[in-house]
Write a protein that binds this ligand. Structure first.
Ligand SMILES: Nc1nc2c([nH]c(=O)n2[C@@H]2O[C@H](COP(=O)(O)OP(=O)(O)OP(=O)(O)O)[C@@H](O)[C@H]2O)c(=O)[nH]1
Length: 144
């Protein structure tokens, strides 16, 4: 059995609007996974709780304020980051409340999608797994 010597935790957010649409972020072309659509978020810093990291990343990346109490754990996925980097474990939270209007402050673009539309977007492999868990038929969220 092989153990991964290192891995990084990434916290990501599935933000849902009142009309049921979800926010996705298209990564800037010059970044790892450039041009792919993913849930906004970023790396958890050493010593940081994932939900606190997410509040920070979302403020930096989208310019909106989300309270930790509004974050609900939803799913996780793990796998290689691609390239020679350490493995990634992505912790996905959902939120339905925030303050401000989301914008792609660090490049790329943001847009709101129905769950069925997200299935047609080009996404990193871990996001395909996360979306399967979040939107799979029979789950509570897929009916909302
Ligand atoms: N934020 C986010 N990252 C994801 C997702 N799926 C996925 O494979 N990743 C990968 O996880 C890593 C997270 O890095 P990031 O670039 O978003 O994080 P960051 O802002 O803290 O990093 P940086 O400041 O070093 O660029 C990237 O390799 C990214 O491609 C996702 O849904 N959301």
């Amino acid at each position: 059995m092989e153990n991964s010597p290192t891995w990084i935790a990434v916290a990501a957010l599935a933000l849902q609007r009142d009309d049921g649409r979800w926010l996705m972020h298209r990564r800037p072309a010059d970044k790892h996974h450039g041009g792919l659509w993913e849930f906004p978020g970023g790396k958890v810093e050493p010593g940081e709780m994932p939900d606190a990291a997410l509040v920070r990343e979302i403020r930096e990346e989208l310019g909106i304020a989300v309270d930790r109490a509004a974050l609900a754990p939803a799913a996780f996925a793990q796998g290689p980051a691609g390239g020679a980097g350490p493995a990634i474990v992505i912790l996905l939270y959902t939120a339905k409340r925030w303050r401000g209007e989301p914008a792609a402050l660090e490049g790329g673009e943001v847009a709101w999608f129905a769950a069925a539309e997200i299935a047609t977007l080009d996404r990193p492999p871990l996001d395909v797994a996360l979306c399967d868990r979040l939107f799979s038929p029979g789950t509570e969220l897929s009916r909302q």
